[in-house]
Design a protein around this ligand. Sequence first.
Ligand code: AMP
Ligand code: MG
Length: 350
Amino acid sequence: MKKQILGAMCAIILLLAVILSSCSATQPQSASFPSMDTLMTVKVYGGDNDLCDRLQKRIEALDATLDATDENSDIYQLNQNGTVDVSGDTADILARSLQLSKALDHSFDITVYPAVKAWGFPSGDYRVPDDAELKKLAEKIDDTAVTSDNNTYTLPRDVMIDLGAVAKGYAADQCDTILKEGHAAAAVLNLGGTVKLYGKKPDGKRFSVGVADPDNPAGYFGYLSCEDGVVATSGGYERYFERDGKRYIHILDPTTAKPVKNGILSVTILCNDGTAADALSTALFVMGLDKATEYYRAHRDFDFIILTDTHDLYITEGIADDFTLSKGYDYKIQSVEIATAPTSVSEASQ
Ligand code: AMP
Ligand code: MG
């Protein structure tokens, strides 16, 4: 009998330990920390109780190996020495970036770094390079010149790499693995302009992600309701400087090495693949509205919200019903359809 009571007590203690070691599915665990040049906030429902800690450590490790300004990072070594042996994350993200660049017709190109530096974005010592310097810089932006042999990456002279346009999206994908392994029920990770959503909220409702108002980045011009996926936004408002009344933003056109100026204020992408979402937000910003729409119609594996400086909002049909404008905003919303209606019967039957 004594043995039975002891056995029952052990079982209860074990059960309690299991309950206590996994987090409540209604009360989230959360953490905020600076990384990748921004403030990040992670919030996790359910799963192992050290999940926030594991997410933070994973993101910090990625930052340490991918940050072009950190002397100990793989990317700094590659940029300084022109060659580096890489493995793991660095090998993965470099290979993915080169593939994405090709698919995006090089409007996203990781070899923009010398131009990004020349404008002073990493250091904050802003300057406006003259036309001759810009011409030289633009000639060197070409990621097809990056070579790899068994994970030894080599750069031609004067070529340097910047993963700033994909690192947060790649981090979001790595966090997905940690959330799965740690049995999380749901999570929302705000990685500074890139938001990773995992599952549904404990009340069964979808997450609502605010889209920053470029005219007042502390506010949101609207909300996108969604579950599972990554919402990545690129906008000039995130980093820019002004000289002689002109604004110069941190997103550069690889063909000219100049800050993009095409009437777009922000591009928000929703995509299951975080690395692709991040590359797409930068690339579609560079492409401009018409080319971005064309690209969407040819691929369809993502959705976008594009805000122009005339305060027109272009939203792809996959998420048009999931977007709500904030109170006080009278932006004109235009739905971007996958296919334009055929204009004649002969066209329709072709
Ligand atoms: P994002 O905020 O994701 O659009 O990334 C912008 C950052 O990526 C900039 O701060 C630059 O470091 C870098 N960048 C700027 N223009 C490009 C481009 N056309 N392709 C790839 N990276 C870029
Ligand atoms: Mg990006």
